[in-house]
Design a protein around this ligand. Structure first.
Ligand SMILES: C=C(O[C@@H]1C=C(C(=O)O)C=C[C@H]1O)C(=O)O
Length: 99
């Protein structure tokens, strides 16, 4: 493949990667807006920050979706756990600010 074709293909792929990264940031921002609201609801009603049974259901679902999409399910779970840990941290902070 000539060098100019490689450069063109790389540029095209990187444009798509940049679009996907932008979409992921937007999706995460929307997710955190929802989880912040959940955090306030929980703090107002004295509910615990974490809900392990809900998380177990989500992990199960996400692992299945990952398999169907040919994404490594272990990676999907790792990503989910990373995000949820941050959400729980936010919930604990919201609850402590109310106390
Ligand atoms: C958002 C919630 O709080 C926590 C965070 C979750 C999440 O980010 O999906 C799921 C369960 C909870 O541990 C919730 O209870 O729905």
């Amino acid at each position: 493949m000539p060098d100019s074709d490689v450069t063109e293909r790389l540029t095209r792929l990187r444009k798509s990667i940049d679009n996907i990264d932008a979409a992921l940031v937007h999706l995460l921002a929307e997710r955190f807006k929802c989880t912040q609201e959940v955090g306030h609801l929980k703090a107002t009603h004295g509910l615990p920050a974490a809900d392990p049974s809900r998380e177990a259901q989500q992990v199960e679902r996400l692992r299945t979706l990952a398999e169907e999409s040919e994404l490594d399910p272990a990676f999907a779970e790792k990503w989910f756990s990373f995000v949820v840990a941050e959400v729980i941290h936010h919930h604990e902070r919201i609850a402590s600010e109310r106390a």
